[in-house]
Design a protein around this ligand. Structure first.
Ligand SMILES: *Cc1c(COP(=O)(O)O)cnc(C)c1O
Length: 384
């Protein structure tokens, strides 16, 4: 049936109708007072979302643009950096660092497992001459549905004293608590098509005072993503280059929705959706890739051993108009991922789980009592 498509991938995520309608206007001039009024509002609300007083800069780019900006503004060629790699997006950080000629040292964990904070502690404590300039990690590793222990790793970075902590929060911001200032996060990168509930095309970088100090001496080349320009113009509530004006209209509407819901409620909802999904998957006898203790609140990766993951995705799409994500790189064909980030409600999860049960039936997988998944999800939703 047309117009019934339900996106349950970890980005782009579903967009609320009022946000779509906010975009359906003529663009206005970005040097106008009207635009500056909107920029002032969205910047303040972005700070609220990030729980920070730091500068909050908006780029016309997808999330990777914010990642690149987070590297080139604060580091110099040959700088030694520790990069956490336990999935595709951790690897992407390392690729960006390599592309700019940094001395990249990877701290790896198997895909599906969290980064081990002890390895960061050991490397940082051994660095008595303070050669490590930054520790760079992905908070929620979207490719595997693993949430890395940002607070503990950051604790060791703070004990080191010199290194910046640079974090990809693309699928954790707006899903779990990230108290930027309380933790002292230096660079926080995110993108619009994830927890923000707006289409792709914007990314965001929060920059601490310590990171600005590093900016003053950083020597990597930069032009379009020179954050100093964005900071200077943000003071006048504008941007150095033409912003994605209609996406800023969307951002204004989505941040208003988020404020109305409240941070605590947003986090609680994502927790409930995650628990309901995981509980249902377990009840259906399907193995989860990530352990409960480090489950991402944005995405649940399932690794079926008796049914083909790609067949599940295909039936879910054809019969139920529900789009699930597949695996990436080494996990291609082995897992499917259920997104529950952003504009997702309890009802969406119930519908997805019921459809998954029907899909499994159709594929001849009968390792569970029909209804067990829905019952497990309903129980979580009724109690959490
Ligand atoms: C989506 C995503 C990104 C950004 O990817 P883009 O395609 O550039 O928007 C970065 N990190 C994580 C963890 C993501 O999920």
């Amino acid at each position: 049936m047309d117009n019934k498509l339900m996106l349950m991938i970890p980005g782009p995520t579903p967009v609320p109708e009022n946000v779509l309608l906010a975009m359906a206007k003529h663009p206005i001039g970005h040097r106008s007072g009207d635009f500056s009024t909107i920029m002032a509002e969205v910047t303040e609300n972005l700070k609220w979302l990030h729980q920070t007083q730091n500068d909050l800069l908006i780029l016309a780019a997808s999330g990777t643009g914010a990642m690149e900006a987070g590297i080139i503004n604060f580091l110099s060629p040959g700088d030694r950096v520790l990069v956490g790699c336990n999935g595709k997006f951790g690897e992407r950080w390392a690729e960006v660092c390599d592309a700019y000629g940094l001395k990249t040292e990877k701290i790896t964990a198997e895909w599906g497992k969290p980064l081990d904070p002890e390895q960061f502690r050991a490397a940082l404590e051994a660095d008595t001459t303070k050669t490590i300039k930054a520790v760079i990690i992905t908070h929620s590793e979207t490719s595997t549905g693993v949430l890395n222990d940002l607070a503990t790793i950051n604790h060791y970075v703070k004990a080191h004293g010199e290194a910046l902590i640079i974090v990809d929060t693309v699928t954790s911001l707006g899903a779990v608590n990230i108290p930027t200032d309380e933790l002292g996060l230096d660079v926080v990168a995110s993108g619009s098509q994830k927890g923000y509930m707006i289409p792709p095309g914007l990314s965001f970088v929060a920059v601490s005072a310590k990171a600005w100090q590093a900016y003053a001496t950083a020597k990597l080349p930069r032009f379009y993503f020179d954050l100093g320009k964005y900071k200077k113009d943000a003071a006048k509530n504008t941007t150095p280059f033409t912003p994605a004006i209609n996406l800023i209209f969307a951002l204004q509407a989505s941040l208003q929705m988020m404020k109305a819901e409240g941070l605590e409620n947003i986090f609680a909802r994502h927790q409930r959706l995650t628990q309901a999904t995981r509980s249902a998957v377990k009840a259906m006898g399907l193995p989860l890739l990530a352990a409960d203790e480090n489950a991402s609140a944005a995405i649940t990766a399932v690794m079926p051993d008796q049914v083909d993951a790609e067949k599940i995705r295909s039936v879910m799409k054809k019969r139920f108009d529900i789009v699930l994500a597949g695996g990436q790189d080494s996990l291609k064909g082995k897992i499917f991922r259920i997104g529950h980030l952003g504009f997702v409600s309890d009802r969406d999860i119930l519908a997805a789980i019921a459809s998954l049960e029907a899909t499994l039936q159709e594929l001849g997988y009968e390792n569970f009592a029909l209804g067990a998944g829905v019952a497990a999800a309903a129980k979580v939703i009724a109690t959490l």
